[in-house]
Design a protein around this ligand. Structure first.
Ligand SMILES: NC(=O)C1=CN([C@@H]2O[C@H](COP(=O)(O)OP(=O)(O)OC[C@H]3O[C@@H](n4cnc5c(N)ncnc54)[C@H](O)[C@@H]3O)[C@@H](O)[C@H]2O)C=CC1
Ligand SMILES: O=C(O)/C=C/C=C(\O)C(=O)O
Length: 503
């Protein structure tokens, strides 16, 4: 039994903030026999040693979630919503601590964490708390067709499903975790959260915040560990009722195979190779701005439009504007206000990114910008890169790099633009830059993508469905779609007026 008593001290001081590096199971801290190092991408140094969970910790966490489920499921929606708002309050109160710990752990910009990403984590809780209550107020009661069963009422309810396993990646750790934790809890479920091993810290702080907000023990459990070592025990567990995963396609396949044993429903938000289509009638200044935005978080964004598709007649002008803007980006320490691009998460990831670029160059790609890493600070700073002269079916055009690397291809007309945009196994997002509304309607109707932006990027309304087509995912979350996934929908058919409540 690798678990040790929770008296074993295991914590780290990260930028002045104390973070417990053990699991959080059933409302108590639990250590493991083994630990693994957590590196900071800022300088490659070791930040902490994290509990390395395995099958026993997976089983203990699911058991805790199972035990806590009936109580939380029976908690009235208004009380669940109150607790979720209290968690949001806790996130906001500790915003500065969460921001600095996240930046130290995953290297994304501190200014983004402060102003956008951590506030969004709080908003995830507030949004799903409020949406839960609005579900109850909508009238979903319908009468059956008068010919056969006049006067019967169909009353549809979103019943809590049970323990949920939520597995999250390293590129936006707290934001993506709360995007799953908040609706799962709002729906009345208990949760086992497994954050990524490259950025495990803010999940532990979230456990503290949730406990402080009054969430009962066992309703939220956080386990740490390496991928399948702990993951298989979670995803194959017969007591788990939902699995939501954000990450890579190979891992998604493995999780799907594991979940197949119990036919556990899955929501998968995976990678992308999204296009930015720039038509000659576009505001080219805006288009170049949108293209430069794709370097955000050092390109480690699943939604990033990494394939720039530009109408031939404006390709030169667009490229000049883009390169001019990109050259002004400051790359460096993500804690500094003036920094626009920080480091890549991990030495293995930068090797992966550079491997893609080297192979593309060997295959004939031309480097317009960047094409390598800075050697300072452990060499984790990959320069923003643009490659042209890339073949449609080449690796660099078809595979997700997950780094600050864009390709540029040209098209002759609208038909070719749409063809190139859809010429991918992915379908997460697309962005269209055009000054012609009719063209925007035609093109967006033909693009295969979960989200399509026109003359904007990364504008998110949490009521909207979010997810990907093709290899970019299975299912949608957001608004009512999240409750559809995290709940067992039930239809109660009653003679007469039926039920008056919507519980
Ligand atoms: N937001 C997104 O769409 C993301 C996409 N990626 C893609 O994935 C590539 C590799 O990144 P990785 O960190 O290796 O992603 P990954 O898919 O291996 O890891 C994501 C999460 O899944 C967990 N995991 C891994 N194997 C598991 C298993 N068998 N069962 C249960 N959980 C498991 C990891 O511990 C982590 O928490 C990136 O280069 C990028 O292409 C990565 C992170 C985020
Ligand atoms: O806005 C969301 O809900 C999701 C955003 C996703 C990312 O930033 C990502 O995975 O890169």
């Amino acid at each position: 039994m690798p678990q040790r008593p929770d008296t074993a001290v295991s914590e780290a001081r990260i930028a002045g903030v104390t973070v417990d590096t053990r699991h959080w199971i059933g409302g108590r801290r639990v250590a493991s026999a083994d630990t693994f190092p957590d590196l900071s991408p800022i300088d490659g140094g070791t930040l902490a040693r994290i509990a390395r969970g395995g099958p026993d910790e997976a089983g203990a966490a699911v058991a805790a979630a199972k035990a806590a489920f009936p109580g939380w499921a029976a908690t009235p929606p208004a009380e669940r919503a109150r607790v979720l708002h209290a968690i949001a309050d806790g996130v906001e109160e500790r915003l500065e601590e969460l921001a600095i710990v996240e930046t130290t752990d995953n290297g994304a910009l501190l200014r983004s964490h402060r102003r956008g990403v951590i506030p969004r984590a709080a908003r995830n809780f507030r949004f799903f708390a409020d949406w839960l209550l609005s579900l109850g107020h909508e009238d979903f009661t319908t009468h059956t067709d008068g010919h056969t069963n006049p006067g019967h009422t169909n009353h549809i309810s979103w019943d809590p499903a049970g323990p949920c396993v939520l597995i999250t990646p390293w590129n936006a750790p707290l934001m993506l975790a709360t995007w799953k934790v908040a609706p799962a809890l709002a729906a009345g479920n208990s949760v086992v959260l497994k954050p990524a091993e490259w950025s495990p810290l803010t999940a532990s702080l979230l456990a503290d915040i949730a406990a402080g907000a009054g969430l009962p023990p066992g309703v939220l459990n956080v386990v740490q560990g390496h991928g399948s070592e702990i993951g298989d025990g979670l995803t194959s567990h017969p007591d788990v009722r939902r699995i939501s995963f954000t990450g890579s396609v190979p891992t998604a396949r493995r999780i799907a195979a594991s979940a197949a044993r119990n036919l556990t429903p899955l929501s998968l938000e995976l990678g992308g190779k999204s296009p930015l289509l720039v038509f000659a009638d576009a505001d080219l200044e805006l288009a170049a701005e949108l293209a430069v935005e794709q370097f955000d978080n050092a390109g480690q964004v699943c939604l990033a439009a990494t394939r720039l598709l530009v109408e031939e007649s404006v390709a030169e002008e667009f490229t000049d504007r883009f390169v001019g803007k990109a050259a002004r980006l400051t790359q460096g320490d993500p804690r500094e206000e003036a920094t626009d691009i920080g480091p890549t998460i991990h030495p293995r990831q930068i090797e992966r990114v550079d491997g893609f670029v080297r192979r593309a160059i060997a295959a004939g790609a031309r480097v317009v910008l960047g094409g390598g890493s800075h050697t300072r600070r452990g060499g984790l700073y990959y320069r923003p890169t643009l490659l042209t002269d890339v073949a449609r079916d080449s690796e660099i055009v078809q595979e997700e790099v997950f780094g600050p690397v864009l390709t540029l291809q040209t098209f002759a007309d609208e038909a070719e633009a749409v063809h190139l945009a859809n010429d991918t196994r992915y379908g997460l997002a697309a962005t269209v830059a055009t000054g012609d509304h009719r063209r925007a309607e035609r093109v967006t109707a033909r693009l295969v993508a979960g989200t399509v932006w026109v003359n904007c990027f990364f504008v998110r309304d949490l009521r909207a469905p979010f997810g990907g087509s093709r290899l970019s995912g299975v299912g949608r979350e957001g608004g009512t779609w999240s409750f559809d996934f995290y709940c067992d929908l039930k239809n109660r058919v009653t003679a007469g007026e039926g039920f008056s409540d919507h519980g």
